[in-house]
Design a protein around this ligand. Structure first.
Ligand SMILES: C[S@@+](CC[C@H](N)C(=O)[O-])C[C@H]1O[C@@H](n2cnc3c(N)ncnc32)[C@H](O)[C@@H]1O
Length: 270
């Protein structure tokens, strides 16, 4: 089994995505989407950004490596009566089913960053974008003090070391790496721009309850707890993550959670 696919089919990312809907819509609203724009959402999950793009009239294809999330995306689209978005399985490292120059906009929010072989991922994103089109990526930043960077860092610290040659997904959160990867795909540096942006994780329960959702449904955190349980360290991991989730909650409503997470938003003019 492909470990990249197995990680995301484990658990149920739709449970985490439910807390990201407002930020997904806000981000898409900033992308200048017009009716009929051809959009690829890569590593789309169940459509946190693909569905709002379709609601704005774009013609959207969501591609994701996880079959359960593709099914969840198609179910959401049909429940919403959206006929201009569909979801299919595919790997950001090798989009062999997609033709060259077929999209005006390729969006990948915390998606393609998780694929192996980042140079291939950059090449594939550039290949399927038409000349004059755009690529927008959202990437978590290594050592950033906010929620998801810290969840990934803490989870990795409790999980067995990855196989040799593994390139950490958060290397996509470093500007020099992003430039090197897109330059490798033929895009000059002056066509690549960066801004720091924020997603909010909003949950109608306490921060500890939101952590419970991550522990039960978010692949990287599930793996960390499985490894920690084997070493008798699960309570330490729980304590560290409890401090993180509770310490970063900004909601003033008792029993509600709103936690910001900073990311690097990358725009590439192809
Ligand atoms: C953190 S989730 C983000 C999902 C979605 N973009 C969102 O914002 O809700 C990461 C997504 O990337 C997908 N993914 C991971 N590796 C991938 C790959 N090689 N090709 C395509 N999708 C991939 C996962 O299955 C998962 O849906």
């Amino acid at each position: 089994m492909n470990p990249n696919k197995a990680l995301w089919e484990k658990g149920d990312f739709t449970r985490i995505a439910a807390s990201m809907r407002e930020s997904g819509e806000e981000l898409v609203a900033k992308l200048g989407i017009t009716r009929g724009l051809k959009v690829l959402d890569l590593g789309c999950g169940d459509g946190t950004t693909a569905i709002p793009a379709a609601k704005l009239g774009a013609d959207v294809l969501g591609v994701d490596i996880a079959s359960n999330l593709v099914a969840a995306g198609n179910k959401r689209a049909s429940e919403l009566g959206l006929t201009n978005v569909r979801f299919q399985e595919g790997d950001a490292s090798n989009l062999l089913e997609l033709a060259d120059d077929s999209f005006d906009l390729v969006v990948s929010i915390f998606g393609a960053m998780f694929a192996p072989r980042p140079f291939e991922v950059a090449k594939e994103m550039v290949r399927v974008t038409r000349p004059g089109g755009r690529i927008v990526m959202g990437n978590w930043i290594p050592d950033d003090p906010t929620l998801i960077a810290q969840v990934l860092k803490t989870s990795a610290a409790y999980t067995a070391p990855p196989p040799e040659g593994f390139i950490s997904p958060v290397t996509w959160g470093v500007e020099e790496n992003v430039i090197e990867r897109f330059e490798g795909a033929g895009v000059p540096k002056d066509k690549i721009s960066f801004v720091r942006d924020t997603y909010f994780f909003n949950y109608p329960g306490s921060p500890s309850e939101l952590l419970g959702v991550f522990r039960t449904y978010y692949g990287p955190t599930m793996n960390a707890f499985e490894a920690a349980e084997k070493n008798g360290r699960a309570a330490d991991l729980q304590r560290e993550l409890e401090a993180l989730f509770n310490g970063q909650n900004q909601s003033s409503e008792p029993g509600a959670t709103s936690i910001p997470a900073t990311f690097l938003r990358v725009t590439v003019e192809v």
